[in-house]
Design a protein around this ligand. Structure first.
Ligand SMILES: [Fe+2]
Ligand SMILES: [Fe+2]
Length: 445
């Protein structure tokens, strides 16, 4: 087993590297979140076989500084720099971080001297990492669950302890504690991986379908959303993702259609859901139904289409703080790294591309998703959306903006929201008639 040092400050990327380097390349990944921490490690541990770093962390030119340090200390470890800036080729092997993760891992493997043939082996590590939050969604598990400890701290010295037994009730408090202590992954035996995936998919679906109370139903939908976002980020659209997402969309349609009191729903979703992404999607779904119900041309099929759209429009985000940004100005001032900013700028087009790979997606859902921030190519934000966007795109954009304004200030009145919507959207009947429907008494909050 080789050791790779990963220097970045982006936990979702860390996870992806960790799992893929482990499974496909058989390399243990040690993460350091700053240049200083990385140097501290390099000074003390000699057998690092590969260093993967972002170009900068905050203002620190990590890649350049590392290149200098390696040279001065005559360390010949290969250095990979994740950046779009070709100028860094002077300092190491540059990889565009937007490349498919499989291609990035293939380059890492090559630098570690691992052949394509070896990478294709089915089982490399005895233990397979599963995100800890997956277990928080289960009552029991079909196989034993392990946690990984780095042992003495030396790389390659990891040991695995069984923490939960197969088929016994899972201790939710314990899982919660592990999540709070930032333990991102737990492990199952690699040989059990397929069995686990099938079991997990089946349980998640069952949970959504059979939830007896409203809070259980929305909790299960929120969990499913998180699972789908994670699976898409890691594997793209898979058979299991589709199974879970199909159920989640159908159950969301039923659940939102059953809501009779908007005011209570807002209160309910604010207290029962934890993620902003989920809350804002659910409120947007409700508002889009309300508008469609009041349109002459509105049909149930359109409501189903918009349910799919709300579910997938921000699916590339697993982090609430990225999903909250909704304008160029805000993005410019946000304290985020370049890859996060790029993701925000491109999230609509990326989500549309994912949708196009989804079997039997509702016709036109991909276009609405691509244009949901008002740009035709799905990149960036349009502060004055065009009047030639489709009527359904207009409905979705209004619903989403309504939801955003409401979650920003929950003591706001609907009248005030309508005023803001009228300022933001163009004076065109497509937008005006939809906004007009929001004056309905049933929406009072
Ligand atoms: Fe959104
Ligand atoms: Fe968005």
């Amino acid at each position: 087993m080789s050791n790779s040092l990963l220097i970045m400050n982006n936990s979702s990327m860390e996870n992806i590297f960790n799992i893929n380097m482990n499974v496909f390349v058989g390399s243990d990944v040690i993460v350091r979140r700053s240049y200083a921490e990385a140097i501290e490690l390099l000074k003390n541990i000699v057998n690092i076989n590969l260093i993967i770093t972002v170009d900068k962390i905050g203002d620190v030119e990590v890649a350049k500084a590392l290149h200098t340090w390696l040279g001065e200390n005559k360390v010949e470890t290969a250095l990979i720099i994740l950046t779009k800036d070709k100028g860094y080729e002077l300092y190491g092997t540059v990889i565009d971080p937007e490349l498919d993760i499989k291609d990035i891992i293939a380059i890492c493997a090559k630098l570690l001297g691992i052949s394509q043939k070896e990478m294709n082996r089915d089982i490399i590590s005895e233990f397979y990492a599963i995100p800890t939050f997956y277990f928080s969604l289960l009552e029991t598990c079909c196989c034993d669950i392990f946690r990984r400890s780095s042992g003495s701290g030396e790389p390659g010295d990891a040991v695995y302890f069984k923490v939960f037994d197969a088929n016994k009730k899972l201790d939710k408090n314990e899982i919660e504690k592990l999540m709070k202590s930032n333990m991102k992954s737990l492990y199952v035996l690699t040989g059990m991986r397929k069995k686990f995936v099938n079991y997990f998919t089946e349980k998640i679906i069952k949970k959504m379908k059979e939830a007896q109370t409203e809070d259980k139903k929305f909790q299960s939908l929120e969990g499913a959303r998180e699972v789908i976002a994670h699976q898409i980020q890691k594997y793209g659209i898979t058979e299991d993702t589709v199974k879970i997402a199909d159920t989640a969309v159908a159950e969301t349609f039923k659940a939102i259609s059953n809501i009779s009191d908007f005011k209570n729903f807002i209160k309910f979703i604010s207290t029962n859901a934890s993620s902003y992404i989920f809350k804002h999607s659910q409120i947007a779904t409700y508002i889009s139904y309300h508008i469609i119900d009041h349109m002459e041309w509105g049909t149930s099929e359109q409501k189903q289409k918009l349910t799919f759209v709300t579910f997938f429009h921000d699916i590339v985000f697993t982090d609430d703080k990225l999903a909250k940004i909704h304008g160029q100005e805000e993005l410019n001032h946000a304290d985020l790294d370049k890859s996060e900013k790029d993701l925000i700028l491109r999230h609509a087009v990326l989500a549309a591309e994912i949708t196009q790979k989804y079997p039997r997606y509702p016709m036109g859902a991909d276009i609405i998703i691509k244009q949901h921030h008002g740009t035709y190519n799905g990149i960036g934000f349009n502060q004055s959306p065009g009047t030639d966007l489709s009527p359904l795109t207009a409905v979705f954009m209004i619903a989403e903006e309504f939801s955003r304004i409401l979650l920003d200030n929950q003591s706001i009145t609907v009248e005030k929201i309508i005023e803001k919507l009228k300022v933001f959207f163009p004076k065109h009947h497509k937008f005006e008639t939809a906004i007009e429907t929001l004056k309905e008494k049933s929406l009072k909050i």
